[in-house]
Design a protein around this ligand. Structure first.
Ligand code: MN
Length: 263
Protein backbone atom coordinates (compact mmCIF):
# COMPACT_ATOMS: atom_id res chain seq x y z
CA UNK A 1 0.00 0.00 0.00
CA UNK A 2 2.76 2.41 0.97
CA UNK A 3 4.44 1.75 -2.36
CA UNK A 4 1.31 2.70 -4.27
CA UNK A 5 1.22 6.11 -2.55
CA UNK A 6 4.93 6.55 -3.19
CA UNK A 7 4.47 5.74 -6.89
CA UNK A 8 1.45 8.06 -7.11
CA UNK A 9 3.31 10.93 -5.52
CA UNK A 10 6.24 10.50 -7.91
CA UNK A 11 3.85 10.51 -10.88
CA UNK A 12 2.05 13.59 -9.53
CA UNK A 13 5.33 15.45 -9.03
CA UNK A 14 6.45 14.54 -12.53
CA UNK A 15 3.14 15.79 -13.98
CA UNK A 16 3.39 19.03 -12.04
CA UNK A 17 6.93 19.69 -13.26
CA UNK A 18 5.86 18.85 -16.78
CA UNK A 19 2.89 21.23 -16.68
CA UNK A 20 5.04 24.01 -15.19
CA UNK A 21 7.52 23.61 -18.03
CA UNK A 22 4.67 23.65 -20.50
CA UNK A 23 3.29 26.85 -18.95
CA UNK A 24 6.68 28.49 -19.08
CA UNK A 25 7.02 27.64 -22.76
CA UNK A 26 3.48 28.88 -23.46
CA UNK A 27 4.14 32.19 -21.78
CA UNK A 28 7.31 32.78 -23.76
CA UNK A 29 5.97 31.87 -27.18
CA UNK A 30 2.39 33.21 -27.26
CA UNK A 31 1.48 36.82 -26.43
CA UNK A 32 -0.99 37.07 -23.57
CA UNK A 33 -4.56 37.87 -24.66
CA UNK A 34 -4.49 41.13 -22.68
CA UNK A 35 -1.42 42.28 -24.63
CA UNK A 36 -3.21 41.60 -27.90
CA UNK A 37 -6.28 43.55 -26.79
CA UNK A 38 -4.14 46.54 -25.85
CA UNK A 39 -2.84 46.65 -29.41
CA UNK A 40 -6.30 46.92 -30.97
CA UNK A 41 -6.59 50.57 -32.03
CA UNK A 42 -9.47 52.58 -30.61
CA UNK A 43 -12.01 53.81 -33.08
CA UNK A 44 -12.37 57.55 -33.64
CA UNK A 45 -15.55 59.17 -32.26
CA UNK A 46 -15.59 61.50 -35.28
CA UNK A 47 -16.16 58.46 -37.54
CA UNK A 48 -19.44 57.55 -35.80
CA UNK A 49 -22.30 58.72 -38.01
CA UNK A 50 -26.03 58.33 -37.50
CA UNK A 51 -28.12 56.96 -40.36
CA UNK A 52 -29.95 59.56 -42.43
CA UNK A 53 -32.42 61.44 -40.25
CA UNK A 54 -33.21 64.64 -38.38
CA UNK A 55 -30.84 64.20 -35.45
CA UNK A 56 -27.09 63.84 -35.89
CA UNK A 57 -24.46 62.44 -33.58
CA UNK A 58 -23.12 65.50 -31.76
CA UNK A 59 -19.33 65.25 -31.69
CA UNK A 60 -17.85 63.76 -28.52
CA UNK A 61 -15.91 66.72 -27.10
CA UNK A 62 -12.81 64.58 -26.27
CA UNK A 63 -11.18 61.28 -27.35
CA UNK A 64 -12.42 57.99 -25.90
CA UNK A 65 -9.41 57.66 -23.60
CA UNK A 66 -9.45 61.27 -22.37
CA UNK A 67 -11.33 60.59 -19.14
CA UNK A 68 -9.08 57.76 -17.95
CA UNK A 69 -8.65 56.54 -15.30
CA UNK A 70 -12.08 57.76 -14.11
CA UNK A 71 -13.90 56.40 -17.17
CA UNK A 72 -12.01 53.82 -19.22
CA UNK A 73 -11.60 54.17 -22.98
CA UNK A 74 -13.35 50.90 -23.91
CA UNK A 75 -16.45 51.85 -21.93
CA UNK A 76 -16.51 55.27 -23.60
CA UNK A 77 -16.13 53.77 -27.06
CA UNK A 78 -18.91 51.22 -26.64
CA UNK A 79 -21.14 53.75 -24.89
CA UNK A 80 -20.80 56.42 -27.59
CA UNK A 81 -20.39 54.35 -30.75
CA UNK A 82 -22.93 51.63 -29.92
CA UNK A 83 -25.45 52.69 -27.25
CA UNK A 84 -25.69 56.39 -28.07
CA UNK A 85 -25.66 55.72 -31.80
CA UNK A 86 -28.49 53.21 -31.31
CA UNK A 87 -30.68 55.74 -29.48
CA UNK A 88 -30.01 58.34 -32.18
CA UNK A 89 -30.94 56.04 -35.06
CA UNK A 90 -34.07 54.76 -33.32
CA UNK A 91 -35.15 58.31 -32.46
CA UNK A 92 -34.84 59.27 -36.13
CA UNK A 93 -36.84 56.20 -37.18
CA UNK A 94 -39.55 56.97 -34.62
CA UNK A 95 -40.13 60.51 -35.88
CA UNK A 96 -39.56 59.91 -39.60
CA UNK A 97 -42.41 61.36 -41.67
CA UNK A 98 -44.10 63.01 -38.66
CA UNK A 99 -44.47 66.64 -37.60
CA UNK A 100 -41.92 65.96 -34.88
CA UNK A 101 -39.14 66.15 -37.45
CA UNK A 102 -39.51 69.94 -37.22
CA UNK A 103 -39.10 70.06 -33.43
CA UNK A 104 -36.01 70.41 -31.27
CA UNK A 105 -35.16 67.50 -28.98
CA UNK A 106 -36.29 69.59 -25.98
CA UNK A 107 -39.67 70.26 -27.67
CA UNK A 108 -40.08 66.54 -28.37
CA UNK A 109 -39.38 65.68 -24.72
CA UNK A 110 -41.70 68.39 -23.35
CA UNK A 111 -44.61 67.31 -25.54
CA UNK A 112 -44.01 63.57 -25.19
CA UNK A 113 -46.83 61.07 -24.87
CA UNK A 114 -45.46 58.71 -22.20
CA UNK A 115 -47.36 55.83 -23.79
CA UNK A 116 -45.16 56.14 -26.86
CA UNK A 117 -42.47 53.90 -25.37
CA UNK A 118 -40.18 53.86 -28.42
CA UNK A 119 -40.04 57.64 -28.57
CA UNK A 120 -39.82 57.94 -24.78
CA UNK A 121 -36.75 55.64 -24.63
CA UNK A 122 -34.92 56.96 -27.65
CA UNK A 123 -35.64 60.69 -27.45
CA UNK A 124 -34.63 60.42 -23.77
CA UNK A 125 -31.56 58.38 -24.67
CA UNK A 126 -30.47 60.93 -27.26
CA UNK A 127 -30.86 64.01 -25.04
CA UNK A 128 -29.56 62.34 -21.86
CA UNK A 129 -26.34 61.10 -23.43
CA UNK A 130 -25.58 64.42 -25.11
CA UNK A 131 -25.84 66.12 -21.74
CA UNK A 132 -23.80 63.36 -20.08
CA UNK A 133 -20.86 63.77 -22.52
CA UNK A 134 -21.05 67.54 -22.04
CA UNK A 135 -21.12 67.13 -18.25
CA UNK A 136 -17.60 65.67 -18.29
CA UNK A 137 -14.17 66.90 -19.37
CA UNK A 138 -10.56 65.71 -19.10
CA UNK A 139 -9.95 69.07 -17.41
CA UNK A 140 -12.94 68.62 -15.10
CA UNK A 141 -13.22 68.02 -11.40
CA UNK A 142 -12.87 70.52 -8.58
CA UNK A 143 -15.79 72.65 -7.50
CA UNK A 144 -18.13 75.05 -9.28
CA UNK A 145 -17.70 78.81 -9.10
CA UNK A 146 -19.81 81.91 -9.74
CA UNK A 147 -23.61 81.96 -9.65
CA UNK A 148 -23.82 78.16 -9.59
CA UNK A 149 -21.56 77.92 -6.55
CA UNK A 150 -23.70 80.51 -4.75
CA UNK A 151 -26.89 78.63 -5.65
CA UNK A 152 -25.44 75.30 -4.47
CA UNK A 153 -24.57 76.82 -1.11
CA UNK A 154 -28.02 78.46 -0.88
CA UNK A 155 -30.02 75.35 -1.84
CA UNK A 156 -27.93 72.50 -0.39
CA UNK A 157 -25.94 74.19 2.40
CA UNK A 158 -22.51 73.38 0.95
CA UNK A 159 -20.78 71.76 -2.01
CA UNK A 160 -20.17 68.60 -0.02
CA UNK A 161 -23.85 68.39 0.98
CA UNK A 162 -24.76 68.67 -2.71
CA UNK A 163 -22.19 66.00 -3.59
CA UNK A 164 -23.70 63.67 -1.00
CA UNK A 165 -27.19 64.21 -2.40
CA UNK A 166 -26.15 63.51 -5.99
CA UNK A 167 -24.16 60.45 -4.88
CA UNK A 168 -27.16 59.13 -2.96
CA UNK A 169 -29.54 59.73 -5.89
CA UNK A 170 -27.12 57.94 -8.24
CA UNK A 171 -26.36 54.95 -6.03
CA UNK A 172 -29.94 54.42 -4.83
CA UNK A 173 -31.57 54.58 -8.25
CA UNK A 174 -32.81 51.01 -8.57
CA UNK A 175 -31.80 49.43 -11.87
CA UNK A 176 -31.06 51.57 -14.91
CA UNK A 177 -31.52 55.32 -14.79
CA UNK A 178 -30.04 58.75 -14.32
CA UNK A 179 -29.17 61.21 -11.56
CA UNK A 180 -29.55 64.90 -12.34
CA UNK A 181 -28.82 68.38 -11.13
CA UNK A 182 -31.73 70.51 -12.31
CA UNK A 183 -32.74 74.13 -11.96
CA UNK A 184 -36.09 75.87 -12.21
CA UNK A 185 -36.55 79.16 -14.09
CA UNK A 186 -35.76 81.17 -10.95
CA UNK A 187 -32.43 79.40 -10.47
CA UNK A 188 -33.48 77.11 -7.61
CA UNK A 189 -31.50 73.86 -7.77
CA UNK A 190 -32.47 70.31 -6.92
CA UNK A 191 -31.12 66.79 -7.31
CA UNK A 192 -33.49 64.25 -8.86
CA UNK A 193 -33.31 60.75 -10.35
CA UNK A 194 -35.23 59.12 -13.19
CA UNK A 195 -35.60 55.52 -14.36
CA UNK A 196 -34.54 54.10 -17.73
CA UNK A 197 -34.12 56.97 -20.26
CA UNK A 198 -36.67 59.26 -18.63
CA UNK A 199 -35.75 62.89 -18.30
CA UNK A 200 -36.94 65.77 -16.08
CA UNK A 201 -38.25 67.65 -19.14
CA UNK A 202 -40.83 64.91 -19.84
CA UNK A 203 -44.33 65.75 -18.57
CA UNK A 204 -45.83 63.88 -15.62
CA UNK A 205 -42.86 61.71 -14.69
CA UNK A 206 -42.85 62.86 -11.07
CA UNK A 207 -39.87 65.21 -11.23
CA UNK A 208 -39.46 68.58 -12.92
CA UNK A 209 -36.64 70.96 -13.76
CA UNK A 210 -34.20 71.97 -16.45
CA UNK A 211 -31.33 69.46 -16.45
CA UNK A 212 -27.88 71.04 -16.19
CA UNK A 213 -25.85 67.94 -15.17
CA UNK A 214 -26.55 64.35 -16.20
CA UNK A 215 -25.04 61.25 -14.58
CA UNK A 216 -25.68 57.95 -16.35
CA UNK A 217 -26.08 55.07 -13.89
CA UNK A 218 -26.92 52.34 -16.40
CA UNK A 219 -24.54 49.41 -15.97
CA UNK A 220 -23.25 49.96 -19.53
CA UNK A 221 -21.76 53.25 -18.26
CA UNK A 222 -19.42 51.60 -15.74
CA UNK A 223 -19.60 47.80 -15.59
CA UNK A 224 -16.41 46.97 -17.58
CA UNK A 225 -14.24 48.88 -15.12
CA UNK A 226 -16.23 48.96 -11.89
CA UNK A 227 -18.46 45.85 -12.15
CA UNK A 228 -21.08 46.02 -9.37
CA UNK A 229 -19.36 48.94 -7.58
CA UNK A 230 -21.55 51.77 -8.83
CA UNK A 231 -20.47 53.92 -5.87
CA UNK A 232 -16.83 53.84 -7.12
CA UNK A 233 -17.94 54.99 -10.57
CA UNK A 234 -19.97 57.83 -9.06
CA UNK A 235 -16.98 58.85 -6.95
CA UNK A 236 -14.78 58.87 -10.08
CA UNK A 237 -17.38 60.91 -12.02
CA UNK A 238 -16.74 63.83 -9.67
CA UNK A 239 -13.09 63.87 -10.84
CA UNK A 240 -14.20 64.71 -14.39
CA UNK A 241 -17.31 66.87 -13.86
CA UNK A 242 -17.12 69.78 -16.29
CA UNK A 243 -18.21 72.57 -13.94
CA UNK A 244 -17.41 75.36 -16.43
CA UNK A 245 -19.96 73.94 -18.92
CA UNK A 246 -22.53 73.27 -16.20
CA UNK A 247 -22.14 76.81 -14.86
CA UNK A 248 -22.83 78.16 -18.35
CA UNK A 249 -25.86 75.90 -18.73
CA UNK A 250 -27.13 77.15 -15.37
CA UNK A 251 -26.66 80.81 -16.31
CA UNK A 252 -28.42 80.25 -19.66
CA UNK A 253 -31.34 78.35 -18.10
CA UNK A 254 -32.53 80.89 -15.60
CA UNK A 255 -34.63 83.89 -16.45
CA UNK A 256 -32.54 86.96 -15.89
CA UNK A 257 -34.09 89.42 -13.44
CA UNK A 258 -35.39 92.49 -15.26
CA UNK A 259 -32.90 95.33 -15.18
CA UNK A 260 -34.17 98.24 -13.07
CA UNK A 261 -34.84 101.27 -15.27
CA UNK A 262 -32.29 103.98 -14.77
CA UNK A 263 -33.79 107.29 -13.70
MN1 MN B 1 -25.83 55.26 -21.28
Amino acid sequence: MKNIYKTLSIVATALLLYSCNEKKLTEVQVPLPEEEEKNVPMGNPADVMANEGTFKMLPLPYPYDALQPSIDAKTMEIHYSKHHLGYTNKLNEAIAGTEMEKLTIEEILKSLDLENKTLRNNAGGYFNHNLYWASMSPKGGGEPTGALEAAIIKDFGSYSAFKNQLTEAATKQFGSGWAWLVTDKTGKLSVVATANQDNPLMPNIGVTGIPILALDVWEHAYYLNYQNKRNKYVEAFFNVVHWKAIEKRYDDSITKAPVAPTP
